[in-house]
Design a protein around this ligand. Structure first.
Ligand code: NAP
Length: 314
């Protein structure tokens, strides 16, 4: 395996999962500003190469954990060198305007992922939102023309490792704020494209928040539905009862229940006293695991014909 962007948060997590994996081994790891240095990952010293020095064709799968905009070129170069690619950036996801990659929301796209040359690994927020909503879309239960309101809070590692003033400890700690307000966050195009592909005719209103913890995303989603459900969890049981990485909960999920694990935990509650029947869907995941590197390894396992759970902490 090769990891582009191994000095970043997602790339570091990928290297760690690859090293602990029973069937995978790390052929190379790259960095940009930190090229030529080494990283200590799980007790091993990993050389960080410049991307130009990486032998892309020697890896069966190249993971690109590069920033948006930089990744596409390296995905193309890796494919030309003969590798298959899992791209963690947004460059090739639905809504990006670029076709040719399988969308790697694993539970919903196993066949496409297994045979793909390029997998566009979903964003961390979209994974938390779309896996939570997909069972309602699949059974056409959402009220047509309605607005789904999504409030998501992410730990600071979601913003990457590059130093930025607004992400410094003293700015973030003991505070809580919304950002990307006004339906402007870049992940909306991916969420809208998937929602449309599931045939849902709805507006999405998405407001992300910055939570002063290192990792984890909690999404709180309000969904108007066509008619009340006798058993509110039934659509999720129908969709996910055999899924090793989807947990259905009767109480609201918490970040502590999911961090460092490759799972999404979902709870559903019928709201009282609303004119339109409405569900509150809550989901929690680790943005660097199920929201990034964990899901990328899940996809790579499928691409290589390995057990989907191999090397992944459930
Ligand atoms: N963080 C998350 O929770 C998360 C979740 C899902 C998806 N993603 C996606 O995964 C990708 C990586 O995210 P991240 O949070 O890990 O970012 P990050 O911590 O900022 O890491 C970016 C990595 O890319 C390298 N890099 C930066 N500019 C480069 C360039 N021009 N050419 C080659 N390498 C370059 C960096 O090297 P140096 O540090 O050595 O400069 C670093 O290794 C992004 O596309 C992000 O959207 C992240």
């Amino acid at each position: 395996m090769g990891v582009l962007g191994a000095s970043g948060y997602a790339g570091h997590q990928l290297c760690s999962l690859i090293q602990r994996h029973p069937s995978l081994s790390l052929k190379f790891a790259t960095a940009h500003d930190q090229r030529g240095t080494t990283a200590r990952i799980d007790g091993q010293t990993i050389p960080l190469l410049a991307p130009d020095d990486a032998k892309l064709g020697e890896a069966e799968i190249v993971f690109s954990a590069l920033p948006h905009g930089s990744s596409h070129e390296w995905v193309t170069r890796a494919r030309q060198a003969g590798a298959r690619v899992v791209d963690l950036s947004a460059d090739l996801r639905p809504g990006s305007g670029v076709d040719g990659a399988a969308y790697g929301l694993t539970e919903l796209s196993r066949t496409q992922v297994a045979g793909a040359g390029i997998v566009a690994n979903p964003g961390c927020y979209p994974t938390s939102v779309l896996l939570a909503l997909a069972p309602l879309f699949a059974q056409a239960l959402v009220l047509e023309g309605s607005t789904i309101t999504i409030n998501s809070a992410s730990g600071v590692s979601g913003a990457g490792r590059s130093p930025r003033r607004e992400l410094m400890f003293a700015e973030v700690s003991e505070d809580y704020r919304a950002y990307g307000v006004g339906n402007t966050h870049s992940h909306l195009s991916e969420m809208r494209a998937f929602t449309r592909s599931m045939g849902a005719d709805v507006d999405l209103v998405f407001t992300p928040h910055l939570l002063p913890v290192a990792r984890g995303i909690l999404s709180t989603i309000t969904v108007p539905i066509k008619a009340p459900l006798d058993d509110v969890l039934q659509p999720w049981r129908d969709a996910y009862s055999d899924e090793p990485f989807v947990e259905l909960a009767s109480d609201p999920p918490t970040l502590r229940e999911v961090v460092h694990r490759n799972v999404i935990r979902i709870a559903v509650i019928a709201l009282r006293e609303t004119r339109v029947p409405t569900l509150l869907v809550l989901s929690a995941l680790d943005n660097l695991m199920k929201g990034a590197a964990g899901q990328a390894i899940q996809n790579a396992n499928l691409m290589l014909g390995l057990a989907e759970c191999a090397g992944l902490p459930a």
